[in-house]
Design a protein around this ligand. Structure first.
Ligand code: UD1
Length: 423
C-alpha cells in the first residue's frame, strides 16, 4: 500500500487550478449510455473513480478515445455490466437506469463505494419501479426489466437523495410521457447532469429546485459538454489555507457553488474575495476561529466538506461543534486526528471540538475519501513527520493532489511500499 510522508509545519499559500467535479463527471459518463451517438466530454478530472467508470463503459462495449477531452461512442452496448470493478465505486448504480431506459433491460452488480455509512439503494429502485421497471436483487446482482418502455409518473421522494434523483432523472429522459420528481435533491451536480442531457436533446425543467419535470423523448443525439468545477475540491483548498494561516487563490471555479462553505470560512475569520470564476482566501496570518457546522442537503453545508472543517475546528480557537446529518459513520478521521494531538469528543452524530494550537506528526490511517484529505492537510500543519496510510482513497476524488499541494508549499512525499521493499 502506498503512503504519504508529510513534513510539517508548512504554510499552504499560492494559486491552484480547480478540476472538473467528480460528482458530475461520474453520472454524466454513465448517462452517455442513453444515446447511440458520439459524445465529447471536456474538463473530466483525472481520478481513480473516473478511470474505473471509463473501464466499465469500455467493458460494456463503448468505444472510448482520450485526448484533452473524452470521446465516447456508446453505439453497441451490452446490457449486462460485469462484476469486475463495478463493486469498487458507488456510482456504478447509475449504469442501471440508462440501460433500462434505452434497452428495456439491465443487469448490474450491487455497487460499492466509500464506507461512510450503510448507503442503501432503496430510493433508486423505488424510483425505477415507479417508472414501470420489474426489479430483482439476488446473488449480489440487480436485474431490471420493463415490458415496452418506462412510463412517466409522479414520484414523491421520501428522503432527499442525490444519487436517486439522478437515477430517476436519467431513466425518465427516455420514458413515455412526463415524470415529476418531487422532493428532488438540488445539488449543482444535478443541474450539471440535467444540462448535459438537455445538450443531447432531453426535455428537463426545474433541475436545482425541489421539483424536476422531465418530458420523455424518443432518443438522444450526440454532443459536446464541459463538466462543472469541483466545489468540494475548491472548498478543500480554501480550508488548507485557512488552517495554515495562509493566502490562496482558487481559479477555474465558481463562488456561487460554495455559498454555505464561504459563509463558514468568513465566520472562521477568513478574508474572502471572489470574482466570476475565482475565489481568494487570506487569513492575514491569523489562527481561525471554530465554527458551528450542521451538514444538510444542498444548499446547506455539504457533508463532503465535514472532515475538512472538523480539522479546521480542531486547530481553531475556542470550542466548536459539528453535527453530521447525512451519513452515520463519517467521523472516523476524528479518531486519527486525536492521535495527532487533537482534542474532541464524539457524542452520537455530533463532535465537540476543543481547538488546540498545534498538532504533532504520527502514523494515521485514512478510511475514506474525505477523511484521507483531512489527514493529509493535518500532516501539512503538524509539527514533525506524519505518515498517512491507505492513501489510495484520496486519488478517488482529488486530481493530482500531491502536485497541487506541493505547488502551494506542502512538503509531501509519496512512498511506494513495493519500491521500498525492493530497495
Ligand atoms: C452523493 C455524492 C457524495 C455525497 C452525497 C451527499 C456522488 C458520487 N456522491 O452520494 O459525495 O456525500 O451525495 O451529498 O455523487 N439514501 C437512502 N436510500 C437510497 C439512497 C440514499 O436511504 O437509496 C440515504 C443515504 O444513506 C444518506 C442520504 O440518503 O443518508 C443521502 O444520500 P445520497 O444523497 O443518495 O448520497 P449519494 O448519492 O450516495
Amino acid at each position: 500500500m502506498n503512503k504519504f510522508y508529510i513534513y510539517g509545519p508548512t504554510k499552504l499559500s499560492g494559486k491552484v487550478n480547480i478540476s472538473g467535479a467528480k460528482n458530475s463527471a461520474l453520472p454524466i459518463l454513465f448517462a452517455t449510455l442513453l444515446t447511440e451517438n458520439i459524445v465529447e466530454i471536456k474538463n473530466i478530472p483525472k481520478l481513480k473513480d473516473i478511470d474505473v467508470a471509463i473501464k466499465l463503459l469500455n467493458k460494456l462495449g463503448a468505444k472510448i478515445k482520450k485526448s484533452k477531452s473524452i470521446y465516447i461512442n456508446p453505439k453497441n452496448i451490452d446490457i449486462c455490466c460485469p462484476y469486475y470493478l463495478s463493486n469498487n465505486i458507488r456510482a456504478s448504480i447509475w449504469i442501471l437506469s440508462p440501460l433500462l431506459a434505452r434497452f428495456g433491460y439491465g443487469i448490474i452488480p450491487l455497487p460499492g463505494g466509500c464506507a461512510i455509512g450503510t448507503r442503501p439503494i432503496d430510493l433508486h429502485l423505488f424510483g425505477l419501479r415507479k417508472l414501470g421497471a420489474n426489479i430483482t436483487v439476488k446473488d449480489k446482482y440487480i436485474k431490471a426489466s420493463v415490458s415496452g418502455k418506462l412510463k412517466g409518473v409522479y414520484i414523491n421522494m421520501s428522503k432527499i437523495s442525490v444519487g436517486a434523483t439522478l437515477t430517476i432523472m436519467i431513466a425518465a429522459t427516455l420514458a413515455i410521457g412526463t415524470t415529476i420528481i418531487d422532493n428532488a435533491a438540488k445539488e449543482p451536480e444535478i443541474i450539471d447532469t440535467a444540462n448535459f442531457l438537455i445538450t443531447l436533446g432531453a426535455k428537463i425543467y426545474g433541475a436545482g429546485t425541489n421539483k424536476i419535470i422531465i418530458n420523455g423523448v424518443n432518443y438522444l443525439n450526440g454532443g459536446v459538454y464541459t463538466i462543472l468545477p469541483d466545489r468540494i475540491e475548491t472548498g478543500t483548498f480554501l480550508v488548507a489555507a485557512a488552517i495554515s494561516r495562509g493566502h490562496i487563490t482558487c481559479y477555474s471555479t465558481y463562488p456561487t457553488l460554495l455559498n454555505e462553505v464561504l459563509i463558514k470560512l468568513c465566520e472562521a475569520g477568513a478574508d474572502i474575495k471572489t470574482g466570476k470564476n475565482w475565489i481568494s482566501l487570506n487569513m492575514h496570518g491569523k489562527r481561525p476561529n471554530g465554527v458551528i457546522i450542521r451538514t444538510s442537503p444542498y444548499p446547506g453545508f455539504p457533508t463532503d466538506m465535514q472532515a475538512q472543517f472538523s480539522l479546521l475546528n480542531l486547530v481553531a480557537s475556542g470550542v466548536s461543534k459539528i453535527t453530521e446529518t447525512i451519513f452515520e459513520n463519517r467521523f472516523r478521521h476524528i479518531i486519527e486526528l486525536i492521535k495527532m494531538g487533537a482534542k474532541a469528543k464524539i457524542i452520537g452524530n455530533t463532535v465537540l471540538c476543543y481547538g488546540v494550537k498545534k498538532l504533532f506528526g504520527t502514523d494515521v490511517v485514512a478510511t475514506d475519501l474525505r477523511s484521507s484529505i483531512s489527514l493529509i492537510l493535518a500532516g501539512c500543519i503538524a509539527q514533525g513527520v506524519t505518515t498517512v496510510h491507505n492513501i489510495h482513497y484520496v486519488y478517488r476524488g482529488y486530481d493530482s493532489i500531491e502536485k497541487k499541494l506541493k505547488l502551494i508549499g506542502a512538503n509531501i512525499k509519496l512512498v511506494n511500499n513495493k519500491l521500498n521493499n525492493s530497495n
